[in-house]
Design a protein around this ligand. Structure first.
Ligand code: HEM
Length: 358
């Protein structure tokens, strides 16, 4: 067998022969279009790797039963952290493009119409696989494939397909809902930290179900006491989020589990689950950072002009920045935290239960 040669192994010829700046055909000297093409290609390669890792993590959770201390769990966290590192890197890369000035860009901008990053199938797949739905997208009328500058019908179908499969957000929600923290066998020796009073509390002791569990009544009281006068309305929100409606598309049971893991993250059993939730928030934040950097760069490059993809340009990008999050609900669990010293003390039986098979 012949020795494998580096450039053959990574198919370098294909990659290095894939840059064909439109403007070079007519101009004698090159301009920044080469940089413009290469940077987009580099981004798309990283998007490909992100999708690869995301699918791997999704498949771990699709399998259903995950031991929270298992290799699967640490693998999921490791892959998600890798996605975070790639996002950090591609955020940095914006600075390379920023060495191109607005006038440099104008030299070739009209030649690429109506092509635009808006049509990046892989970027849309990342958003969809994380959990962003078409209905939640800012100005989703821009996605109609009949619009000039939108995605092709085939690309939109692929995004649609990704949305209809289990998204990471849906899988994480189901995993959170399976947490068996409130099995009565662990709570027999639980000592209430607040006297039982009030209608909600009476209801709680009567029902004994997870959501009206004595622990949550104690926590609710501690949260109530932590609120300042002008935050008193938050208690209503607490009830809504954890006992009634949940938040966004995350159920009350999943929100309770996310809060429980966050409060008791110091317990060994919660280290990995907390890392997981924290990394999801981090990914959301890093993607927002990218949106912000791209938006600022675009404003410098084209001011208030419309984009090549036919959206309102910077105005549109600013809109996506405030609206496009996959894990907002998980991140905003912080709204409902209380000081460490005020947390109810967990019964030993629960603390000793060190391995959950979910
Ligand atoms: C001179 C540099 C760039 C300019 C002026 C620019 C401009 C724009 C504009 C105006 C939009 C809104 C859609 C439209 O109407 O076209 C957009 C969207 C987008 N661009 Fe860029 N862009 C630049 C570089 C990049 C690079 C390097 C990437 C890397 C892949 C990229 C990826 C995207 C993506 C993914 C979107 C969709 C964002 C969303 O809808 O949330 N852009 N760009």
């Amino acid at each position: 067998m012949e020795d494998l040669y580096y450039s053959d192994y990574i198919q370098l010829d294909k990659i290095l022969n894939s840059q064909h700046p439109k403007s070079f055909e007519a101009m004698e000297e090159g301009n920044d279009e080469m940089l413009f093409i290469i940077i987009h290609q580099v981004y798309e390669l990283w998007f490909k790797q992100i999708i690869f890792e995301l699918d791997l993590v999704r498949h771990i959770f699709i399998r259903g039963r995950i031991n929270d201390n298992s290799d699967d769990m640490s693998k999921a966290v490791q892959k998600l952290k890798r996605i975070g590192k790639i996002l950090e890197l591609i955020n940095q890369q914006v600075t390379v493009l920023e060495t191109m000035t607005a006038l440099d860009f104008l030299e070739f901008r009209n030649m690429l119409l109506p092509a635009s990053g808006f049509q990046s199938r892989q970027f849309r797949l990342i958003e969809a696989k994380l959990g962003l739905k078409m209905g939640q997208r800012y100005k989703n009328e821009y996605y109609k494939h009949s619009r000039r500058g939108s995605l092709s019908e085939a690309d939109l179908q692929e995004v649609d397909q990704a949305e209809s499969e289990s998204t990471l957000k849906e899988l994480i929600t189901k995993w959170l809902e399976r947490m068996p923290f409130f099995d009565e066998t662990y709570w027999r020796e639980y000592k209430r930290s607040t006297p039982q009073s009030g209608s909600v509390d009476k209801q709680a002791t009567a029902s004994g179900s997870d959501d009206k569990h004595k622990f949550w009544m104690d926590y609710r009281n501690a949260y109530k006491n932590s609120l300042s006068e002008n935050e008193a309305g938050r208690l209503k929100e607490f009830d809504k989020v954890f006992f009634e409606e949940g938040r966004g598309d995350v159920s009350p049971a999943a929100m309770r589990a996310a809060l429980f893991i966050t409060i008791y993250r110091n317990l060994p059993i919660f280290h990995l689950p907390f890392e997981l939730l924290n990394t999801l928030s981090e990914i959301d934040e890093l993607l927002s950072n990218w949106r912000y950097r791209h938006f600022m760069m675009v404003r410098r490059m084209i001011g208030l002009r419309v984009g090549t993809g036919g959206t309102s340009g910077a105005g549109y990008l600013e809109g996506t920045l405030s609206q496009h999050y996959a894990f907002r609900e998980i991140t905003e669990v912080a709204t409902f935290l209380i000081e460490r010293s005020k947390r109810p003390t967990l019964p030993n039986a629960l603390k000793e239960k060190v391995s959950f098979n979910l």
